[in-house]
Design a protein around this ligand. Structure first.
Ligand code: ATP
Length: 278
């Protein structure tokens, strides 16, 4: 679990984050949402230790990262996996080399064990056998999976994903979301996802923090979000037609006018039928 208490961050005299307090739960997908410039990236960089907040506390399982010495921070860093926007793979390295690179930096495993570990994580992201491919030879969705494989290769306790669906089509985005969700649950990881993707919000948003102009404006789950009465949040999320539709369907379910889950089953059917199209 990560607890953030009263975080403030400024650059010069410009205050970017003000008094942010919240909990990022273990075994859950914690989503950070908000419009462009609201401070999502700065917040996440503070939490992972890339920026030092002006004040506040960032507790990793009860221990304040801002008071850790160099050795403790290095130890913590090894427990954090990161999936960067655009996957950030080295183009001149194969899939396997990209993943081994992280093991070379942070582990003392033998070459043989490193290869074994690479195969394990490639299997986890359903890319077994892609070891020798270069990034240019694989699709955007596969690159994200390699990024995820690399992020989990050290068995992290915490996983940070920056816009994991950027540049992906909706169907591939669903697959990536589901993968992140499965890994989070299976390994009981504290996962933090910065996203603009409203489908992800509904699919995997166990816990959502909405930032507005550097402050935490709202928090709750994907079940709560469509019933929120927060005007700023509503303005932000209902700019998405998808969510307007989702809200309308959910209201019908609540009022008993359609069977609970019927709309989801229908959507799954449509996606499956789409798979079979020539
Ligand atoms: N290193 C920096 N120095 C000065 N200002 C910065 C720095 N990094 C970010 N900012 C400012 O902080 C504010 C919040 O930026 P941030 O990147 O966190 O927004 P965001 O919510 O992640 O936006 P987006 O969705 O567009 O990625 C912006 O006004 C930005 O210009």
């Amino acid at each position: 679990m990560i607890e953030v208490k009263n975080i403030r961050k400024s650059f010069g005299d410009k205050v970017i984050l003000e008094d942010i307090t919240g909990v990022l739960d273990t075994g859950k997908c914690n989503l950070i949402i908000g419009s462009s410039g609201s401070g999502k990236t700065v917040f996440t960089k503070c939490v992972v230790g890339l920026f030092r907040p002006d004040r506040g506390e960032i507790l990793y399982d009860g221990k304040n990262m801002l008071e850790m010495d160099r050795e403790e921070r290095t130890e913590l860093r090894q427990k954090i996996g990161m999936l960067f926007q655009g996957s950030a793979l080295f183009d001149s390295m194969t899939v396997e080399q990209n993943i081994i690179f992280t093991l070379d930096m942070f582990s003392n495993l033998s070459y043989r064990d490193k290869k074994k570990r690479v195969n394990e994580v490639l299997e986890k992201v359903e890319l077994e056998g892609s070891n020798k491919k270069f990034p240019a030879e694989i699709s955007g969705g596969m690159k994200k999976r390699v990024g995820i494989a690399r992020a989990i290769v050290l068995n992290p306790k915490y996983l940070f994903c920056d816009e994991p669906n950027s540049g992906l089509d909706p169907q591939t985005s669903l697959v990536i979301d589901q993968l992140i969700k499965n890994i989070t649950t299976e390994y009981n990881i504290t996962t933090v996802v910065v996203t603009h993707d409203m489908n992800s919000v509904m699919e995997i948003g166990d816990h959502i923090m909405y930032l507005y102009k550097g402050r935490k404006e709202w928090e709750g789950s994907n079940k709560d979000i469509i019933f929120s009465k927060n005007e700023r949040l509503n303005e932000f999320i209902f700019a998405s037609e998808f969510l307007q539709g989702a809200k309308a369907i959910r209201m019908l379910e609540v009022e008993g006018k359609i069977e609970e889950g019927a709309a989801v089953k229908e959507a799954e059917k449509i996606i499956k039928e789409g798979d079979n199209l020539p």
